[in-house]
Every structure is written in C-alpha cells, then in structure tokens.
Design a protein around this ligand. Sequence first.
Ligand SMILES: O=C[C@H](O)COP(=O)(O)O
Length: 333
Amino acid sequence: MTTTEQRTDLVEEQRPGFKTPVRNPGMDLDLDWIHQVHVNRSAVERRAATLSTRRTVKKEWQAAWLLRAITCIDLTTLAGDDTPGNVLRLCAKAKQPLRADLLQAMGMEHVEVGAVCVYHNLVSVAVEALRGSHIPVAAVSTGFPAGQTPFDLKLKEIEASVQAGASEIDIVISRVHVLTGNWQALYDEVKAFRAASGEAHMKTILATHELATLRNVGMASLVCMMAGADFIKTSTGKEPTNATLPVSLVMVRAIRDYYERTGYQIGFKPAGGIRTAKASLDWLILMKEELGNEWLNNTLFRIGASGLLSDIERQLEHFVTGHYSAAHHHPMV
Ligand SMILES: O=C[C@H](O)COP(=O)(O)O
C-alpha cells in the first residue's frame, strides 16, 4: 500500500491553488471487498436531509465558500446547438467569472473556474481560447450521454479528444454492466478507457439515475476507482434526475473507503441540475464533512454546471452591496 506521504513528491504545482491530482493507478478487481460495502438507504437519506443551508448569502463565510465554489466549477456547455461562438463566450467567462468590481470589493485579484467542459467537436476551440490561462479543457466522451456506441469508437473518441488538447476526459459507463451485475465487464471497460486517456485525467460518469439502486451506485463507484478513475461523477445532466445529495453521499463514502484501503485520493464531481448558489454550498458542506478539507479544492472536487455561475454572481452581488463595506477589505479565499 502506498501512503499519501510517499506520493507527495509526485504532485506538481501547475497554478496557484491548483495541484495536479496524483493519477490513480487503480487496483485489481476485488469483489470480496466491494460486496462487503453496504448502503443503508434510509440513513443516507436522513443524513442528506440535514445538509440544507440558507436561501440567500448573508454571511461572510458563505460568500467565501461561494468564491471557492467558483474555482471548482467545470463550466459546461453540452448542447446540440453549441457553436465556436458560444464556446468562446463560455471560455471568456471561465477566465473572468466575476465582474472586476465584485472581485475588488471582496479583496480578490483573480479567480477562475476549475475547467471548461465541452463535446469533442468544440475541444480545439476551447483549448485555443484558454491558451495562456491555466484552465484545463474537459471533453465528454464515449458516446456521451447514453454511451450506446461501439466500444472501438469510444476508444477512438477519447484518443481524438486527447489529441485535440483535452487534459480531462469525462467518460460515461455502460449502464448495462451495472444493471446486469457484470462488474468484471465494467472494470474492463473503464480500464480500457483509462488506458486510452493516456496522461489525461479521467472522470467516470455513473449516470446514477439509470443505475436503479443506491447499492449499485456504491458498487459502480468502487469498481470505477479500482479500474483507475481519477474522479467519479454523478450524472450527465441529461437524466430525469441528476446530482442529488443521497447519491452523492454514497459516492463520497465510496471514495473514503477506497482512500482508506489504497491511500489514493479520488475526486468527486456532482453534475447536472445544480443551478443555485445554495445548492453549491450543500455540496461543499458534504465534501468537508465526509472527506475533510483536503477535498475542498478543484484538484479533488468539481461541480459540473452550465447555469450555476450566474446565480453565484447574483448572490455575491447582493452580498457585496448589502453586507460588505470597504472597512472589511481582506481576501476571502
Ligand atoms: O457535466 C455537466 C452537466 O452536463 C451539466 O448539467 P447542467 O446543464 O444541468 O448544469
């Protein structure tokens, strides 16, 4: 077993506040272990229900957490009518997510999002637009969102996105492997995606709404991590229900189990339907309470969202105009 201490020399600084996550090498599929993992559904729901926060941002710590949330956003556009034009606008927003006067009022010089997430066809546009920043481009892949394309094409899609400059690959798993309990097939699939991703960081999208049970969510999380996933991600954003606190709790506890067993820190990305500043605080609280402060940064935590940033901006604007005076000036993150 490798300890965290032994691995710190492998972590390289890429940008202030951003550490390249240590690549998860995965491990052999150990069904004995994952079958011991139990999910108590009612306990999960009770715990998730306590994670509610205020509707508006009134306190300084909440504003500081919203700034942190911005740095963890995978700013996303995944629409049939995406064009180079709207991706260029998205990248401009990624580089400057808050108005200069708001930033200044909170004593900040610069803030940027965690990544920009697009379909393969827009990867090169985003890479070009973000050149000179340190914002990585994530490509959804493997037949996103349904994953119902031939396996060989999935591998080629990953390779093409890496070639185009994506440094993060968000793959979708084949839900059939989970629904038929074929854990070996899921492991082999994700391991092949891992290999095709090369040096890019791989997030595995479980599409939790389509996995039928929380137990399946927990099992799939563990199998994906064993197969070398660097992040596990809840949803595509295209399912009837996307990121929820109960599935997120199951997934972060699987991350904790995997960390305790291997020493490897796997990231978590709730995605889909997260549109309010209040909701982003719920997920930050979940990370802090379940995994601790080490997971409260964009190396190990991302929020996949297309519409969250505007509400955070609105909330911070209310906060700055209503509750924050020049007398308080000090950096918040
Ligand atoms: O991966 C990110 C999701 O597709 C974004 O979903 P959203 O449009 O509901 O925020």
